[in-house]
Design a protein around this ligand. Structure first.
Ligand code: HEM
Length: 506
């Protein structure tokens, strides 16, 4: 599994998106297999992921799950309102380090569990395409040889083709408006679902009902029994090995295992130039949302330690070490402060399934000597149960504060709708000052892909120099998602990632 060494913006963002519903609006949408367009959001997300991944070509190593679907969904092989709707679901989630492709992959995982299916492990680090890929998505009127060849190009053999489709077509159905030549009969809802929806609501669970109904001859899958024989692609594929594979999938455990493997491989189908992270499980200890800025004659340092623990029995102390010997430096054992607040934080449904019903957030607010400053920090956790207190120090590497020369200032900045601007403090004395921010901005319809824009910060006339810092500012673009500050001061380059647009206590 992936090891989190703070700050690691990629792993930090992915962990939040996977396990903290607060940070991934979309992660909650597919819960309970909720309906949309007479199908389900989950079905739309799973189909989106497949159509995105289906551009992969094993011989060139190009394509795969790279969000190129954002440039392809208007093609005749990708019809359906669910494509754009699903992309818009994910549009507010990316930042500079995590693109749309990772959220499309997460969407497939959340789709399957949202409809009661098994947990597919998640690996991150996909890279977003900047243009459309080849038009290689299978279509129902194509013959078996064409489909077999297309799946082979995507890295799946003939048996895996049968299984992957049986997994995928567990959810949703075929819309008459998009496939009038496939759904030839009238359907009151406009969608011929692959399996009958439960009568109480519209939702369809992720399971092997389709397999059973196919084998016992009761299926209503229009790609098996539709009156248009040319578009019976599921029938041609499912029966292509004399139903050997379908008979194996009739066992629910086998079905779940096979789907975890194949949908997992599908979402991990990425260009050969991309290296994915290891599996991301909820991190035991996660430092989160640290902020260091000048305030009222000292440096304010805010930090939160997220812990997986039961109840609120533990106490946590934060320690830090000075940066310099002058001023009022910390003793060798470190300056320390207890947490000012411990609060439970909701975990995602996926985290719950992994045995993490909630997290505890231990928040710290330290006042640090301006001159001796801070070089690194760590924590001591006492579970108050007789066991020895232990140190949490970033896997022995310490939580290192790179620099105190260029600091994002959350209190002088403003993130209200009325006026959004970023303020950065630069430590005096400074010459040759150039402060910029790379802002990641949410995309919107018709191509809801994030983009990056560079802001030039100027001397902030509203905030006069204070506490040995001079302030620089720039207005933020609408729909800004996150920022990274880059500065050159006295010939040295500095950068600071600003993942959130708000802060505890601000
Ligand atoms: C030969 C291969 C395939 C063909 C010809 C095919 C064809 C189709 C067609 C015609 C629809 C109806 C789409 C709509 O009306 O919105 C559909 C829906 C769907 N397909 Fe496939 N499919 C194939 C493979 C797959 C695979 C491999 C997966 C995923 C693992 C998948 C997942 C889905 C899902 C979830 C839906 C339901 C979408 C919804 O209800 O919104 N399909 N498929």
């Amino acid at each position: 599994d992936a090891v989190f060494n703070w700050p690691d913006p990629l792993l930090s963002t992915l962990d939040d998106a996977l396990y903290r519903p607060l940070f991934s609006a979309a992660s909650t949408f597919a819960l309970n297999c909720g309906p949309r367009d007479n199908s389900t959001i989950a079905a739309q997300w799973l189909r989106l992921a497949y159509h995105d991944a289906a551009t992969y070509d094993v011989t060139t190593g190009l394509g795969g799950l790279d969000a190129s679907i954002a440039y392809e969904y208007t093609r005749p092989q990708n019809p359906g309102a669910g494509m754009l709707e699903s992309l818009v679901d994910f549009a507010v989630s990316p930042n500079e380090y995590v693109g749309m492709a990772d959220f499309i992959a997460m969407g497939a995982i959340n789709a399957v569990i949202g409809c009661g299916g098994p947990i597919i492990p998640f690996r991150g680090g996909r890279v977003d395409a900047t243009e459309a890929g080849p038009a290689t998505v299978p279509e129902p009127q194509q013959d078996l040889a064409t489909h077999t060849a297309k799946f082979a190009a995507q890295g799946f053999n003939a048996t895996e083709m049968i299984s992957l489709i049986a997994c995928g077509h567990s959810l949703g159905g075929v819309r008459k408006v998009d496939f009038p030549l496939v759904v030839t009969e009238d359907v009151s809802t406009g969608v011929q679902t692959f399996t009958p929806p439960p009568t109480v609501n519209q939702t369809v669970g992720f399971d092997n009902t389709l397999v059973h109904e196919y084998l016992d001859g009761t299926t209503q899958d229009v790609l098996v029994v539709g009156s248009n024989i040319t578009t019976r692609s599921d029938l041609r594929i499912f029966s292509s090995d004399n139903n050997v594979t379908m008979n194996q999938l009739a066992d629910l455990n086998t079905f779940n295992e096979v789907c975890v493997d194949l949908i997992g491989r599908m979402i991990n189908t990425v260009p050969s130039s991309v290296t994915l992270t290891d599996n991301i499980e909820p991190f035991d200890f996660k430092v989160w949302n640290t902020l260091l800025f000048p305030q009222g004659g000292s440096l304010a340092f805010l930090a939160t330690l997220r812990i997986i623990e039961n109840g609120l029995t533990g106490t946590v102390t934060m320690f830090w070490a000075s940066r310099s010997d002058s001023g009022s430096p910390c003793p060798p054992s470190g300056c320390s402060v207890p947490s000012f607040q411990v609060s439970p934080a909701e975990s995602s449904f996926l985290a719950t399934l992994k045995g993490v019903p909630s997290f505890n957030l231990h928040s710290f607010n330290a006042s640090i000597d301006l001159v001796s400053s801070i070089s690194h920090f760590w924590f001591e956790v006492d579970n108050n149960d007789g066991s020895a207190p232990f140190v949490v120090d970033n896997n022995g590497k310490n939580y290192t504060i790179d620099q105190d020369v260029v600091l994002f200032d959350p209190r002088r900045s403003s993130f209200t709708i009325a006026g959004q601007f970023i303020v950065v403090g630069v430590k005096d004395p400074a010459t040759d000052i150039n402060v910029t921010a790379l802002s990641t901005v949410s995309g919107s319809s018709p191509i809801p892909m994030p983009s990056n824009t560079v802001l030039q910060l100027k001397l902030d006339t509203a905030h006069p120099p204070a506490d040995g810092y001079t302030f620089y500012t720039a207005p933020l673009p609408d729909a800004v998602l996150s920022n990274t500050i880059h500065a050159t001061v006295n010939g040295t380059a500095y950068s600071e990632w600003v993942p959130f647009l708000s802060a505890p206590g601000v």
